[in-house]
Design a protein around this ligand. Structure first.
Ligand code: 3PG
Ligand code: MG
Length: 392
């Protein structure tokens, strides 16, 4: 993939050049007393090395992003205004266009919308003028394009795959690092390589489970998805999450000779609303909501013996303190491990931040779905678009 230096060389320097940077500022928002505020600015901070590198060289930088899933029309609840405010503090002088998904052309990858983007006709922020210093206008054509939106690069959307067809383009620092680390897990992981998967659904992760089984030494499974596997082993799982249509698939995966570790105890809520420590079998009315302490200890042994660990998905309902112990234990095991530790984005990254363990991880990805798709397929539409750009 072309790097920022390649773009600089190609444009004969960046001073005064207009550069469009696709970021993934799809940040979690919360209600801050009547107005939306950012709950976690990881994705904005992660783009700073690229944005600062460009502005230090005199480029006129306009960032763009999507936020949420508006229906192709302006929607104040999905405004990037909170992100623009934070960005103005962290990278003064960088303009931020309004949510790309306010136009139906973004997700449809409409060539006319791509054309609008590269010629500077971007969605304008609510209230009119683009944010930032005012020096970067959003109504002039761009000289170059940078993709630093790793978290959105599994989407073949206009702003991700379109601009490299039209203007000199490069991978930003974040995108390049994410692609190297997550893509490298498939090919260059030091062994033993352990993957820990959690989250609610097996169906969401089937592709990645199969891909991981062919490269990892051990696959550890917790979270809501473990119950379909436990059901496949014949255990009664009470009222826990289960995807009956996938029991057969889980049976096949378990019978494939791979080293899959499932929880041997469960923290559950019984019919009377009492939290109980259970084994692998849960009676009717009982709902498993976290891995138990025995499983946490066993998972710790597996993680401690690894040289590479990839983790995606919480072990339980960690937002509820009664069911946070398993997720906290996995995060702590990773922090204590001498392995190269990679945390997938989304909930696992949020959990690691909540526990104050982020500084002890080797890589915390900004991409949830994107990371999983890169591991599954070895490539993403956004990466391919940069490699295949005819503008090089
Ligand atoms: C994410 O948060 O996963 C990315 O920003 C992609 O968002 P999307 O799933 O709405 O395309
Ligand atoms: Mg380590």
């Amino acid at each position: 993939m072309p790097a920022l230096e390649d773009l600089e060389r190609q444009l004969g320097g960046l001073d005064g050049r207009r550069i469009l940077v696709r970021c993934d500022f799809n940040v979690p928002l919360r209600d801050g007393g009547g107005r939306q505020e950012i709950a976690d600015d990881l994705r904005i901070r992660a783009a700073l090395p690229t944005l600062r590198w460009l502005t230090e060289r005199g480029a006129s930088v306009t960032a763009c992003s999507h936020l949420g899933r508006p229906s192709g029309a302006p929607d104040e609840r999905c405004s990037l205004a909170p992100a623009a405010e934070r960005l103005a503090e962290l990278a003064p002088g960088v303009a931020l266009a309004e949510n790309l998904r306010f136009s139906p052309g973004e997700t449809a990858n409409d060539p006319a919308f791509v054309e609008a983007l590269v010629t500077g006709r971007l969605p304008v922020p609510f209230g009119g003028a683009p944010s930032g210093s005012g020096s970067a206008s959003v109504s002039a054509a761009f000289d170059g394009y940078v993709n630093d939106a790793f978290g959105a690069s599994h989407r073949a959307h206009a702003s991700i795959v379109g601009p490299p067809q039209h203007v000199p383009s490069a991978a930003g620092r974040l995108l390049a690092r994410e692609a190297e680390v997550l893509g490298g897990l498939r090919t260059d992981a030091r062994r033993p390589f352990v993957a820990v998967l959690g989250g609610a659904k097996v169906s969401d992760k089937l592709g990645v489970v199969e891909a991981l089984l062919s490269v990892v030494d051990t696959l550890v499974i917790g979270g809501g998805m473990c119950f379909t596997f436990l059901a496949a082993l014949g255990h009664p799982i009470g009222d826990s999450l289960c995807e009956p249509d996938f029991i057969e698939t889980c049976e096949r995966l378990l019978g494939g000779g791979a080293n899959i570790v499932l929880p041997n105890d469960i923290t559950a809520l019984d019919a009377g609303g009492t939290v109980r420590q259970m084994g692998r079998s849960l009676p009717d009315g009982c709902r498993g909501l976290d891995i138990g302490p025995g499983s946490a200890a066993e998972f710790d042994d597996v993680i401690a013996g690894a040289r590479t660990v990839f983790w995606n998905g919480p072990m339980g309902l960690f937002e509820d303190e009664r069911f946070a112990a398993g997720t906290r234990a996995v995060a702590q095991s990773m922090a204590d491990s001498r392995a190269f530790t990679v945390v997938g984005g989304g909930d696992s990254a949020a959990a690691v931040a909540q526990f104050g363990l982020a500084p002890y991880m080797d890589h915390i990805s900004t991409g949830g779905g994107a990371g999983l798709e890169l591991i599954e397929h070895g490539d993403l539409p956004g990466l391919a678009a940069l490699r295949d750009s005819p503008q090089q």
